[in-house]
Design a protein around this ligand. Sequence first.
Ligand SMILES: [Fe+2]
Length: 240
Amino acid sequence: MVFAANAVPETNQRRSLAFSNNWIESTLLRAVKDVPVENEIVVNVSTSPLYYIAEGSRGTIPAWKSTMLRRCTLEKGEMAALVHIRKRVNLGALALDWEWYGRRNPEFPRGVPLYISAQDDIVDIEFDPLVSFAAQPAVSASPRRYRLKLNLWYTPEETDCGIHTGHKFLEVHTQLWGTGHMQKFRQNNVDTLYEDVLMPPGFTHDPFFTLAIDRTFSYPWHRYYADTDCIWMAIELHPL
Ligand SMILES: [Fe+2]
């Protein structure tokens, strides 16, 4: 179910995300208030900060960022995705029921073992991406409507997931398992790399898209590259 835009939710609404399975436990929390966290990757999937406390110390997960928390309390926040690897044995089998990406994209190279989970439609939200992502508080806010969607990706080690561009949505990614890279290129060619962002577990990269003043956006050529077996989460915001 997609939550209505900007409705006032009850405190601590909780549901399982569509891609939970025997290996990955993932939960969506909404209107977060004093929620204990045992051992989770916590992703702030909202436009406002998410606060946590441990032993009297307070920490902040900024909008669209993440961290790994152990025995903390999520004090206050709008919305969070909590992800936990339940077991490691035969971890790659988590993608057996997912889709090989080439099945949905005919242009995708045939030999690339990239798998996508079910996508979960989370909520329709209204916000200004220039304020939220580009940290340009000087501009006067001009909110737009987006549908927030989450899904997981899986690849085995040393997978080149393909240089691409031209997304019609805003995307960032959170690393959940293994170590990969998000990389930018001048052209559709591996020799033209100009930025290499390491993706360790619990980390969400800064946006790769560039926002114009009219809130249209564009992407450089980019790709995900998996050093080890990798599981990561896509956070997508589709303009409505
Ligand atoms: Fe992309």
